[in-house]
Design a protein around this ligand. Structure first.
Ligand code: PEP
Length: 254
């Protein structure tokens, strides 16, 4: 595969799966499989309860750990929430923000996403910011409009310097957990649009640095074709990230 303009990222979103013991044994299984991997960054996002144990198991390896969500505030009377400094303390380097399941089941808005991005950046966490249209929006030809709205709201008031290290995940909602992947060409269209939006708002340097991952039923069988696209810099993987063999096969897409 040709040399890539940006270091790729393969990230696994475990959602509400895995006990602490299961999470640690996943790590022990994954580590030897990716020990020599240098062509991409590897991130796993366990549930909150397993973060500390996974971070300890990943210590000294090339596997980084992400939270699946973050509170916009640092501390306070917010029952059930976890702040960015708490994620840092637990050993996270990254955090997923604005996943469509958070938007759908917890009514997260673009403004919430914006506040969470700021909180993550302030704590030194790399945000993985999810955007993407629903099936209904795609069928009504609203994809571009939705991505523009999510981008404008989520990235409001940020500087180019802040945006460059942010990872964007384009996740068409109709492809998440459905087994229906966007074709590489369809995904690339949205990735190109997102990179143009970064370029228009934050300049060329940021647009060339920002990694844009694809998410939605990524599997060992389809990752290679997706990674051949110029603006696809990696993947955010749900279901196929729960098994160390399939996740490592995705990591070894090349
Ligand atoms: C996700 O939850 O971010 C995701 C892309 O899930 P799946 O790979 O299972 O579609």
């Amino acid at each position: 595969m040709a040399t890539r303009p940006r270091p790729p990222v393969i990230a696994g979103n475990w959602k509400m799966y895995k006990t602490i013991a299961e999470a640690v044994s996943f790590l022990e299984a994954l580590k030897p499989k990716v020990r020599d991997t240098t062509h991409c960054e590897i991130v796993v996002a366990p549930p909150f309860t397993a973060l500390r144990a996974v971070a300890s198991a990943a210590d000294g390896s090339n596997i980084r750990v992400a939270g699946q969500d973050v509170a916009p505030e640092k501390e306070g009377a917010y029952t059930g929430d976890i702040s960015a400094p708490m994620l840092r303390e637990a050993g996270c380097t990254h955090v997923i923000i604005g996943h469509s399941e958070r938007r759908q089941y917890h009514q997260e808005t673009d403004e919430d996403v914006n506040r969470k991005i700021r909180a993550a950046l302030e704590a030194g966490l790399t945000p993985i910011v999810c955007v993407g249209e629903t099936l209904d929006e795609r069928e009504r030809n609203q994809t571009e409009k939705v991505l523009k709205r999510q981008f404008a709201g989520g990235f409001k008031g940020l500087t180019g310097q802040e945006v460059s290290p942010i990872i964007i995940a384009y996740e068409p909602v109709w492809a998440i957990g459905t087994g229906r992947t966007a074709t590489p060409e369809t995904a690339e269209e949205s990735h190109r649009l997102l990179r143009e939006l970064v370029n228009g708002r934050f300049g060329k340097e940021s647009s060339q640095q920002t990694r844009i991952l694809y998410g939605g039923s990524v599997k060992p069988e389809n990752i290679r074709k997706l990674m051949e696209q110029q603006d696809i810099d990696g993947a955010l993987v749900g279901g196929a990230s729960l098994n160390a063999d399939s996740f490592s096969a995705i990591v070894h897409y090349d």
